[in-house]
Write a protein that binds this ligand. Structure first.
Ligand SMILES: [Fe+2]
Ligand SMILES: [Fe+2]
Length: 239
């Protein structure tokens, strides 16, 4: 007589992005009925992702969570800023400017990125990260910054930024840290080379001096943004 085997439980991954109405909940109930009693929901470490250390550092997120394209872009951007002799705070701003796109969320990435780092960096750095999003859409001939050709391709030649970004730009233009945010856009523009390999460790010193790494690890320091880092650790948790 053949040995009886227990069929493996089916692991269900939650969708990280909610729909604007409750269709997802209704759909979810229908799916649960179809899945039957053996289905289990994703919670905790997703076996498909690299396991994060218990006290993750910023570099752990670079190594294990940010995608290769994001890592290359950030490392190249920071390298260009450093080679141009920018100060360390701005090198770090370039290194961090697109971290929200890495794993968390693309829409309004400058705002999300700024919020993620605000408790751990000087205010000027998070301010610059937030405002680089708006500044990317506005040329500045004084520093040879043109409207990105890629944006014409991505959004069409007639795209007009929404009012909130126009206002953010207007306010930034008058702000004392305008050039900090503008600096990010200068090194952002050319930082998409594919064949450049830069080690994360090259920026360990800058991170060490300008990023206040919490002792408990990012995600576990009870800061107002800890949940955002945890979401990157466990992006598919059902709840
Ligand atoms: Fe960006
Ligand atoms: Fe960027």
């Amino acid at each position: 007589m053949a040995a009886q085997t227990t069929p493996p439980k089916r692991l269900i991954l939650a969708q990280p992005i909610a729909t604007p109405d409750d269709r997802e909940c209704l759909g979810e109930r229908a799916v649960l009925r179809q899945l039957g009693p053996d289905a289990v929901m994703m919670i905790g470490d997703n076996p498909a992702l690299a396991k994060m250390p218990n006290r993750p550092t910023l570099l752990d997120f670079f190594r294990h969570r940010f995608g290769k394209i994001t890592c290359n872009h950030l490392l190249q951007s920071a390298t260009l800023a450093r080679k141009a002799g920018q100060n360390e705070k701005l090198v770090l701003a370039c290194l961090l400017h697109d971290i929200a796109n890495g794993v968390l969320i693309r829409a309004d990435h400058g705002y999300w990125g700024a919020q993620l780092i605000a408790p751990y960096v000087d205010e000027e750095i998070s301010w610059a990260v937030q405002h680089h999003q708006a500044l990317r859409f506005f040329p500045d001939p004084a520093v040879n910054y043109d409207y990105p050709a890629a944006y014409v391709k991505f959004f069409g030649p007639d795209y007009v930024v929404p009012d909130y970004l126009q206002k953010a730009y207007d306010a930034a233009r008058r702000h004392r840290w305008y050039m900090s945010a503008r600096t990010i856009t200068l090194y952002d523009l050319y930082a998409f080379e594919d064949d450049v390999d830069i080690a994360f460790e090259e920026f360990e010193d800058v991170i060490g001096r300008h990023f206040r790494q919490p002792e408990e690890g990012l995600g576990f320091d009870n800061s107002p943004v800890a949940h955002m880092w945890r979401t990157m650790i466990w992006p598919n948790n059902f709840l």
